[in-house]
Design a protein around this ligand. Structure first.
Ligand code: URP
Ligand code: ZN
Length: 545
């Protein structure tokens, strides 16, 4: 081979790199001759064939002898599923040879969980969360969750448009998701073009009906009050839901500096930089701003008594505010931050922090029972031990985030139903139905009904599992719920009419989940909006002079 030939080979390789299986692609021409490009990734022909084959081969499923649980009723019935949809619910359906029969005797047949708050594969604090859309949705279905609403965070501060960020997230998620998903878009700065971009992204073409505003993380994600107020006004105009992460980013920043100066460098500094009243103050402020903007509000991860009280106070004034506690907040308290083992303490670092009051987890569950709080999420945002260790010597550098998507359904059952605080119907309400209503996909999701999507869980209230990193499906080397014994086990998970989890084994196909577009103007949120707007119209006094 002479020098010229080598050079030509080199040129060819550089100019048109051939992509192997699993690599990102824009068209099949880029993949090697054995692969095709599907939703941005190269797959071998065999993989594509298997994917299509599995998806098309799914037999009708007949779930027999179970107790169907919806948010408003419980009754014994058989449920027939085919083509991804619930076809029939009646007291006795005769099994035909082509059907796969699932015996649900002594089991509940419930809508698959909807987790309205996840951060899969999210780039933040210089790291990317460990659960990508594959591992994250595998963990979800292994725990009985069949839909996630993930946060898309465009780099809007540096000029990235909301739609470009959205396309990036779709590119990451579509080829990997093993259950359905939707996106909620974060607005991290108010720019001249923001309002117009919000309008575009709420169109049916994009299917986004909520926006998130951070009142924390000054200098990166945080918006200031005027920006938040503008954003809320825009949400109200578009009939999109405003969601807030309620903390006081500026005060936190000051406290962090003070604590570091005083030599508090470990994870205990994280909780001390964010006293509970800081979350309460910001929650109240968000409610006031939302009221001024006549904008319904959704407060993510309500962690403390004071924040919950602020929501209750504003609801009593007639405000439309929804409060979302998360699995971690319902099961754990902030004593972990003071653990002698640095790494143990760092694993629990999230914002707002777990409550310092050990009675808070039960209180939050009681507020869910009372209807003062409304639905449960997880804030699944996983950083592993290596990533957490980046904050050794400075707690402000510990990546914020915890796991939850796999364990939420069991944790909420254990702390809610098994402990006697809520009944199975309320359980369905706070794990799927209310989320489906708020995000305008009810009863397609969140209900066992004829015509609804066949996202179903066969749930055994008598079985129990002990949560452990050794058995979970997260891409994570620890689990914040390690050792917690939970009654209530998702034995079989069905996504779009196909079994994706059974007998303790995943049967997932990457990319088999679908993006679910969410439309604006959810009646559950906005049905009284026009009347409220009329009442808020400015008054003009006509004078003669
Ligand atoms: O600690 C948290 N909540 N991590 C996720 C990032 C965020 O705050 O949304
Ligand atoms: Zn979050």
């Amino acid at each position: 081979m002479n020098v010229l030939t080598i050079f030509l080979f080199f040129l060819l390789a550089v100019c048109s790199p051939v992509l192997g299986r699993g690599q990102r692609c824009r068209s099949s021409k880029q993949c090697d001759y054995e692969s095709v490009c599907d939703y941005g990734y190269c797959y071998t022909i065999d993989e594509m064939f298997e994917k299509q084959h599995i998806l098309s081969m799914s037999p009708p499923l007949l779930i027999k002898n179970g107790t169907v649980v919806n948010e408003d009723s419980m009754f014994k019935a058989d449920v027939l599923v085919s083509n991804g949809i619930i076809q029939e619910i009646s007291s006795s359906i005769i099994a035909l040879p082509e059907m796969e029969v699932i015996d649900a005797t002594d089991r509940f047949v419930i809508p698959g969980g909807i987790d309205p708050h996840t951060h899969m594969q999210m780039p933040y604090m210089g790291e990317v969360t460990k659960d990508d859309f594959l591992k994250g949705t595998e963990a979800a279905v292994a725990g009985g969750t069949t839909m996630i609403i993930d946060f898309c965070c465009p780099d809007h501060r540096n000029g990235e448009s909301l739609t470009d960020g959205y396309k990036k997230w779709r590119g990451w998620a579509d080829p990997k998701v093993c259950c359905d998903y939707s996106l909620s878009v974060a607005i991290t700065m108010w720019r001249p073009e923001t309002a117009e971009q919000m309008a575009i992204i709420t169109s049916p073409e994009y299917g986004v009906n909520s926006f998130k505003f951070y009142m924390a993380y000054e200098g990166t994600l945080m918006v200031h009050d005027d920006e938040l107020y503008r954003g809320m006004q825009e949400c109200a105009k578009l009939r999109a839901l405003a969601r807030v992460h309620a903390e006081n980013g500026k005060v936190i920043k000051e406290r962090e500096i003070d604590l570091l100066k005083q030599g508090v460098t470990g994870p205990e500094g994280h909780t001390q930089s964010r006293p509970e009243e800081i979350e309460a103050e910001a929650t109240n402020r968000a409610c006031v701003l939302a009221s001024q903007a006549n904008c319904p509000l959704y407060v993510v991860h309500v962690m403390t008594r004071g924040a919950a009280a602020a929501i209750a106070h504003h609801r009593a004034q007639g405000a439309i505010v929804f409060g979302e506690p998360i699995a971690a907040g319902l099961a754990l308290d902030g004593s972990h931050y003071y653990d002698d083992d640095w790494l143990h303490a760092a694993r629990y670092v999230m914002s707002p922090p777990l409550s310092r009051d050990p009675t808070t987890p039960e209180l939050l569950m009681k507020l869910l029972a009372a209807g003062e709080l409304h639905l449960t999420g997880t804030d699944n945002c996983t950083y592993d031990c290596r990533q957490k260790s980046l904050g050794k010597g400075n707690f402000t550098k510990i990546p914020n985030g915890i796991n939850g998507v796999e364990d939420r359904m069991s944790v909420v059952w254990e702390k809610g139903v098994h402990s006697g605080i809520i009944d199975p119907m309320r359980y369905v309400s706070i794990t799927s139905a209310t989320a489906a209503k708020i995000f305008n996909i009810y009863p397609k999701k969140g209900r066992i009904a004829v015509g609804s999507d066949a996202d179903i869980v066969v749930f055994n209230p008598n079985a129990y599992r002990t949560i452990s990193k050794n058995t979970h499906h997260h891409n994570l080397d620890f689990n914040i719920f390690e050792g917690i014994k939970c009654h209530g086990v998702a034995e079989i998970t069905i996504s779009r009419g196909r079994i994706v989890w059974a007998n303790g084994k995943l049967q997932t196909v990457p990319g088999s989940g679908k993006f679910v577009p969410l439309s604006i103007n959810s009646p559950f949120v906005f049905a009284s909006h026009e009347k409220r707007e009329e009442k808020k119209k400015p008054k003009i006094v006509e004078r003669l002079e």
